[in-house]
Design a binder for this molecule. Structure first.
Ligand SMILES: Nc1ncnc2c1ncn2[C@@H]1O[C@H](COP(=O)(O)OP(=O)(O)O)[C@@H](O)[C@H]1O
Ligand code: SF4
Ligand SMILES: [Mg+2]
Length: 364
């Protein structure tokens, strides 16, 4: 079997703060296959963004420290790359899309130019890049809008579903709607011809119908560009619609991993089950994650054992032991002691490993 595109092994990222050590990501491992959309879902504060930023080495240090056994991309450990090598990979082989495009787009540059800039830098064009080269093209040689990179920008804007790309390319970010800006971000991410896009809540700020269109676009682009996507979201509905496999994250740890169909049909971890029960039937309620009683544990000086135990209806004494991932199906794991053979044997007078409930109804 071909090696995975991305392999994250035992990633741990902490921040040393005045209050103590915040263990934001606490020993997670997962892999992403070629052409796959891999979802990471969890409540706010569970460590999703820190995971994304750790892969891209975008954690400010100090206070942040990234540790991992390996973060392999195409078989090579990104942690062993030099800062210039990592910069080259970022925005090229691996690109990132954030929740709020306004924070990553340049407000005083046309969107076409911002996409062209990435194309120019990462593709093998003979055009020089950078501000002064651009100014020269614009005002001295006048070649800016006939350049190969500009044509590529228009083409990409068209591909991600921006209407009138020729005209829109001359506009500035503030002239576009939120959905259009996010499409610009996607076009910009594609301009470096990436193999992997890490998308951190890319549709969270958008209304439901625009969100659905953009997710649909992402699925089409995956087929067209053969790109893999790590899709980070707090919304299980988004995962259900889009992802091939998923990981459920809680308090910096992965609770359950598996194929989307398997996890939705038969969630094996009490946390995943609680999340699924809390999905509202009326799909316009976006606050569904708040329905689980209790709150995420404090990540400062985090205690050992299962981080969900304060909220778990199945918790027992053994839950203070460090978590282990148990195989619960084909390529399906759950980090919950109820799935250990030993515990199951002993628990004759307790509920056995939790039964799944019926899958959710239609999601957004
Ligand atoms: N620069 C930082 N300094 C201290 N703590 C941080 C920093 N960045 C993130 N954290 C903490 O890491 C935890 C995970 O955050 P984050 O990855 O943003 O969560 P999510 O994206 O799942 O909502 C949170 O408790 C957050 O407060
Ligand atoms: S390990 Fe214990 S507390 Fe954690 S999910 Fe399983 S039963 Fe619940
Ligand atoms: Mg986040």
């Amino acid at each position: 079997m071909a090696e995975p595109l991305l392999e994250v092994e035992n990633l741990r990222t902490h921040f040393d703060t005045e209050d103590g050590r915040v263990q934001a990501v606490d020993g997670i491992s997962f892999s992403v296959e070629h052409g796959e959309i891999f979802g990471v879902v969890g409540e706010s504060g569970s460590g999703k963004s820190v995971t994304a930023r750790s892969i891209m080495q975008l954690i400010e240090s100090p206070p942040g420290v990234i540790n991992a056994d390996a973060i392999r991309f195409k078989g090579e450990d990104l942690l062993e790359k030099s800062p210039p090598e990592i910069r080259e990979i970022r925005g090229g082989e691996i690109s990132m899309i954030f929740q709020d495009p306004m924070t990553s787009l340049n407000p005083v540059m046309t969107v076409g130019e911002q996409i062209a800039e990435v194309a120019r830098h990462h593709l093998d064009t003979s055009e020089s890049s950078g501000f002064w080269s651009e100014m020269k093209r614009k005002y001295v040689t006048g070649a800016s809008h006939e350049s190969e990179s500009w044509r590529r920008a228009i083409e990409l804007m068209d591909m991600v579903g921006l209407p009138d790309p020729e005209q829109r390319a001359h506009e500035y970010p503030h002239q576009l709607s939120g959905g259009m800006r996010q499409r610009v971000m996607i076009a910009q991410a594609l301009a470096g011809d990436p193999s992997l896009i890490v998308a951190d809540e890319p549709t969270t700020a958008l209304d439901v119908s625009v969100e659905a269109q953009i997710l649909h676009e992402l699925l089409e682009l995956r087929d067209e560009f053969d790109v893999s996507v790590v899709l980070i979201t707090h919304d299980l509905g988004v995962i259900h619609e889009t992802c091939d496999r998923l990981a459920v994250m809680y308090a910096g740890e992965l609770m359950e991993k598996g194929k989307t169909g398997d996890v939705f049909e038969d969630p094996k971890h009490p946390y995943t089950q609680a999340l699924m029960k809390s999905i509202p039937q009326i799909t316009d309620d976006r606050e569904w994650l708040d329905v689980i009683p209790g709150s995420v544990p404090d990540l400062v000086d985090k205690p050992a054992g299962c981080p969900f135990r304060e909220r778990c209806e199945y918790a027992f004494e053994g839950c203070t032991e460090p978590l282990v991932e148990y195989d619960v199906g084909e390529k399906h794991t759950a980090a919950c002691h109820l799935h250990s053979d030993e515990v199951n044997k002993e628990l004759t007078d307790r509920p056995a490993a939790p039964e799944s409930h019926e899958g959710p109804s239609e999601q957004v």
